[in-house]
Ligand binder design. Structure first.
Ligand SMILES: Cc1cc2nc3c(=O)[nH]c(=O)nc-3n(C[C@H](O)[C@H](O)[C@H](O)COP(=O)(O)O)c2cc1C
Length: 350
């Protein structure tokens, strides 16, 4: 399924080594003046060009708007955007499934018809059009006073500090390598460097927050904030876990006691109870697997010969999905939250 959303309906198209990747966004009202510089900035935050431990695959990532925006202003119709893929070489990939990639599953599922080169539609490149769509959604959230931001919570064995869960303002963050404790950056970069030199890759985690959400976002039962966010987030390749709230042993340690104006003194629920936003900062944490393309010798699966074969992955790969994946995490969060906010604005039970 390549489409998601009820009020803002997003469709992603293309594949890693296809002619292009792109998106179509329906439900953005007419008359929104899009800030293209802000969209380009989010695209740059995801781009390998902006990160030293990212894949050397260098793409221009230039959005070509095909419809829905006239003179920089939305016209109410579907916004269609395309990004041409240039820096790809199909000769890099034989029909051999790489360990822990989607190659084998996609090949079998499609009866051997899918172009799995570069990971096909399961590639991290599909987060480029997601970032475009999320950046558009971010602008509509900002107009409502809602800010979404994130930081790297860990890379390998090096952990950052946590966000203050009772914060009332976004903290100052470096957009390209955001950390709550900037002193951790050198240690993280040294570990990335060492791991890359060893031909290996690293697990990593992100913490993402939304400030300014009113009480009441999220629909009861299947449409809650956690389940909705998770559906968007799990589109991001390599994502393995999403958590809302800190699990403590005892209820007395976990409960958030009320204070003035319905706020709570602590925020161990991370801003959501019963699937509904409670007015405190909405926070979630997510964990990414180590990038599966490692340089060490492995055993792949020859999809034509139908047998295991020795495999050494050449090609160009990231050492960890973060920090560049943060742009995708925020994009998924912005798209999910705008969809929920628009539902909330229709009125409850309508
Ligand atoms: C921004 C981003 C960049 C990624 N870069 C790479 C990469 O360079 N090499 C790689 O093997 N996997 C990379 N991945 C992860 C794989 O796409 C992913 O692990 C794979 O498709 C299997 O999906 P799964 O881990 O969700 O099962 C990246 C993911 C993202 C979000």
């Amino acid at each position: 399924m390549d489409t998601i959303g009820k009020n803002v309906i997003i469709t992603l198209t293309g594949a890693s080594h296809a002619e292009s990747v792109g998106c179509e966004i329906r439900g953005i009202p007419a008359g929104v003046a899009l800030d293209m510089d802000a969209i380009r900035f989010d695209i740059d935050r995801r781009s390998a060009r902006s990160h030293s431990f990212a894949t050397p695959r260098q793409e221009a990532d230039e959005p070509v708007i095909l419809s829905g925006v006239t003179g920089g202003v939305t016209d109410g119709g579907p916004i269609a955007v395309s990004f041409t893929n240039r820096a790809y070489d199909r000769s890099e990939y034989r029909p051999v499934a790489r360990p822990s990639h989607a190659d084998y599953c996609a090949w079998v599922k499609s009866g051997g018809r899918e172009d799995i080169s570069g990971g096909g539609k399961y590639s991290g490149r599909m987060t480029l059009p997601l970032v475009f769509a999320g950046s558009v959604c971010r602008q509509l959230l900002k107009a409502r006073g809602i800010e979404v931001f994130s930081h790297v919570s860990f890379i390998g064995s090096v952990s950052d500090a946590d966000f203050d869960p009772t914060m009332t303002e976004p903290p100052a963050l470096d957009p390209f390598f955001p950390l709550a404790d900037v002193t951790k950056r050198a240690e993280m970069e040294a570990l990335l460097e060492k791991t890359r030199a060893e031909g290996d890759t690293l697990a990593c985690g992100a913490e993402c927050a939304a400030l300014g959400l009113p009480v009441g976002i999220g629909e009861p039962l299947f449409g809650g904030v956690e389940s909705t966010l998770s559906r968007y987030l799990f589109m991001i390749p390599g994502l393995r876990s999403v958590e809302f709230g800190e699990l403590k042993t005892f209820g007395s340690e976990m409960n958030d006691q009320f204070t003035e104006g319905g706020r709570t003194m602590t925020n161990r629920s991370f801003g959501v109870n019963g699937g509904i936003s409670n007015g405190m900062p909405l926070i979630f944490r997510c964990g990414f697997r180590p990038v599966p393309s490692i340089k060490k010798p492995q055993t792949g699966f020859d999809l034509v010969e139908n047998k295991p074969v020795p495999l050494t992955i050449a090609g160009r790969h990231d050492t960890a999905i973060l920090p560049r994946g943060l742009a995708a995490v925020e994009a998924a969060a912005c798209a999910a939250l705008l969809d929920l906010v628009m539902e909330y604005e229709k009125g409850y039970g309508e």
